[in-house]
Design a protein around this ligand. Structure first.
Ligand code: TGC
Ligand code: FAD
Length: 397
C-alpha cells in the first residue's frame, strides 16, 4: 500500500541500492552516536577535533569515490548520502570532510602524478594527513582567475619552485599537513596546482594563521595561507592541468557534495521543528503544530528537502555515467543551498524565543547554511553560470 512518510515523502530510498543504503546507515550511526555529542561544545568554543577525520578515515568515509589507495571506491550517490549524514549534524564537519575528500584527494586523484598519489592519498584516506585547498585570495574570491599568487623557478634551490602569495578563508589551513595551492606560473601566466607539504617548508616561508570569531561554521577551522618565497619541489606540481579547469574540476565534486549535505542540515531542522511544534502548546492547550501557519512552514520545508534529494540523486547518477555537465552541478548547488537556508530560517520561527538558545541547534544550522550559500561559488555567481549556459552571453565582467 502507498503510504506517505514525511521523512522521505517521494520515496527517494527506492532509488538507492542496498549497498548505498548500508553505507548511509554506517555513516548515520557514526554521525549520530559519535559526532552529534561533540558539536555543541565545538560550536560554542570554535574548536575542531582533528580526531574526527581519523575516525572517518577508519570507516572509509574519506575520498570515498576514489578507486585504490585505501579508498572505498563507492558511487557518487553513496558519497552524497555520507555527506548528507555528516551535515545533518553540522555543516562545519561536512566542510572539513569535503575539503579533504573532494578538493584535495579528488584533485590529486585526477591530476596528480603516480608518485604524488602514492605519497599522499593513503594517508589522507585514513585521516592521518589533513588537507586544505587554497584558491581564494584576499582580493579575489568570486573571480579566482585574477589571482596574484605566483610561482617561479627558485633563484637558489635547484629543482625547486618559489611560491609567494596569500590565500584566505581556507578551511583546515591552520592544521593542514598538505596544501593544494593554486598559483600563476610567472613565465606563462597560467594557473597551476602545487602540493605544499607543511613539514618540508623552511621556517618563515609558510604561515597559516587562523581566522577566529566566525559567526558560522564554528565547528570547522578556517585560516589563511601566507607564502613568502616558499620553496616547493618541481615534482610537487600537477604535471599537466593548466588554467582554471584544474581547481574548477575539483570544485565540481565538492559543489555536488554540498548539494547533498545541505539537504541533511535542512532535514535535521525539519525533524527538530516538527518535534518542537508537537510538544509546545499555546492558546487553549493546542500544540502549535495544529495551527495552519506552522503546518505551512513544515510543508514547504519537507517539499524542498524531498525535491533537493531527488535532484542530487539524478546528478549523482549522471556523474557516474560521465554525463554531468558543470551547469547541472551549479543548478543543484545553488538551488539546494538557497532553499535549505530559506526554509531553515523560516522553521527557526517555530521555536519562538528558544530559537535563540544554542541548545536547540536551529540557529547553528541557519548560520552555517549562510556560509554554504557563499562558498564554492556564491549563489548569484551560479545564477550567472546558468545564465551564460541559457543565453550564451557572459555576465560576469
Ligand atoms: P571561465 O572562462 O568560465 O572558465 C575558465 C576555464 O575553466 C574551465 N571551467 C571549468 N572546468 C571544469 N569544471 C568547471 N565547472 C569549469 N568552469 C570553468 C573553462 O572551460 C575554462 O577552461 P579553458 O581551458 O578554456 O581555460 O572562467 P571565468 O574566470 O570567467 O570564471 C567565472 C566563474 C564565475 C564561473 C568562476 O570564476 C567561478 O565559479 N567563481 C566562483 C569561485 C569559487 O567557486 N571559489 C571556490 C573556492 S574553494 C571553496 O570555497 C571551498 S569551501 C569548501 C568547504 O569548506 O566546504
Ligand atoms: P566576493 O567575490 O567579494 O563577492 C561578494 C558578493 O558580490 C557576493 O554576493 C557575490 O555573489 C557578489 N558578486 C561578485 N561578483 C559578482 C558579479 N560579477 N555579478 C554579481 N554579483 C557578484 N576558499 C578556498 O579557496 N578554499 C577554502 O577551503 C574555502 N573555505 C571557506 C570557508 C569559509 C567559512 C568561508 C566563508 C569561505 C571559504 N572559502 C574558501 C572562500 C569562498 O569560496 C569565498 O568566500 C567565495 O568564493 C566568495 O568570494 P568573496 O568572499 O571574495 O566574495
Amino acid at each position: 500500500p502507498s503510504v506517505f512518510n514525511w521523512e522521505d515523502p517521494l520515496d527517494s530510498n527506492s532509488l538507492f541500492t542496498e549497498e548505498e543504503l548500508a553505507i548511509q546507515d554506517t555513516a548515520k550511526s557514526y554521525c549520530q552516536e559519535r559526532m552529534l555529542p561533540r558539536v555543541l561544545d565545538a560550536y560554542r568554543h570554535e574548536k575542531y577535533d582533528r580526531k574526527i577525520l581519523e575516525e572517518m578515515g577508519e570507516l572509509g568515509l574519506l575520498g570515498a569515490t576514489i578507486k585504490g589507495y585505501d579508498c572505498a571506491g563507492v558511487s557518487s550517490v553513496a558519497s552524497g548520502l555520507i555527506t548528507r549524514e555528516v551535515e545533518r549534524v553540522d555543516s562545519g564537519y561536512r566542510s572539513g570532510m569535503s575539503v579533504q575528500s573532494s578538493l584535495v584527494m579528488g584533485g590529486i586523484d585526477e591530476f596528480g602524478t603516480q608518485e604524488q598519489k602514492e605519497k599522499y592519498l593513503p594517508g589522507l584516506a585514513k585521516g592521518k594527513l589533513l588537507g586544505c585547498f587554497g584558491l581564494t585570495e584576499p582580493n579575489h574570491g568570486s573571480d579566482p582567475g585574477s589571482m596574484e599568487s605566483t610561482a617561479k623557478r627558485h633563484p637558489s634551490k635547484k629543482g625547486y619552485i618559489s611560491i609567494s602569495g596569500s590565500k584566505t578563508w581556507i578551511t583546515n589551513s591552520p592544521i593542514a599537513d598538505v596544501m593544494l595551492v593554486w598559483a600563476k606560473l610567472e613565465s606563462s601566466g597560467k594557473i597551476r596546482g602545487f602540493l605544499i607539504d607543511r613539514h618540508e617548508c623552511p621556517p618563515g616561508t609558510l604561515e597559516t594563521p587562523p581566522l577566529k570569531n566566525k559567526t558560522g561554521l564554528r565547528a570547522s577551522i578556517t585560516g589563511m595561507i601566507q607564502l613568502d618565497e616558499c620553496p616547493v619541489p618541481e615534482a610537487n606540481m600537477f604535471p599537466e592541468v593548466e588554467g582554471l579547469r584544474g581547481p574548477f574540476s575539483c570544485l565540481n565534486s565538492a559543489r555536488y557534495g554540498i548539494a547533498w549535505g545541505v539537504m541533511g542540515a535542512l532535514e535535521d531542522c525539519i525533524a527538530r521543528a516538527r518535534t518542537y511544534a508537537l510538544e509546545r502548546r499555546q492558546f487553549k492547550h493546542n500544540p502549535i503544530a495544529k495551527y495552519q501557519l506552522v503546518q505551512k512552514k513544515l510543508s514547504s520545508a519537507v517539499t524542498e528537502a524531498a525535491y533537493g534529494i531527488l535532484a542530487a540523486t539524478q546528478v549523482g547518477r549522471l556523474k557516474d555515467a560521465g554525463k554531468a555537465a558543470p551547469e547541472m552541478i551549479s543548478m543543484i548547488k545553488r538551488h539546494n543551498c538557497d532553499r535549505a537556508l530559506e526554509n531553515a530560517r523560516i522553521l527557526q520561527e517555530i521555536f519562538g524565543g528558544n530559537a535563540v538558545s544554542d541548545e536547540y541547534a536551529i540557529g547553528r544550522h541557519v548560520a552555517n547554511l549562510f556560509v554554504t550559500q557563499t562558498y564554492e561559488g556564491q549563489s548569484d555567481i551560479h545564477s550567472l553560470i546558468l545564465g551564460r549556459a541559457i543565453t550564451g552571453l557572459q555576465a560576469f565582467a
